[in-house]
Design a protein around this ligand. Structure first.
Ligand SMILES: [Zn+2]
Length: 60
């Protein structure tokens, strides 16, 4: 498991999230620990093999 810090797309607070697998592209929801809004996380790998994690609002 790996811990990363992202900015909540709803309230803008920096929150820590745990990524449990880099095996394949995935997306999942995790509630913000500050405002409890459901953040959509999209995990993907770029051409250089680096993992990118995007945090999005669910209502866009
Ligand atoms: Zn939040």
């Amino acid at each position: 498991m790996d811990e990363i810090t992202i900015d909540c797309p709803y309230c803008g607070e920096a929150i820590d999230v745990l990524i449990d697998s880099y095996d394949e592209p995935q997306q999942y929801y995790q509630d913000c620990s500050v405002c409890c809004a459901p953040i959509l996380f999209i995990v993907s790998e770029n051409e250089a093999g680096d993992i990118q994690i995007e945090a999005r609002r669910d209502d866009e």
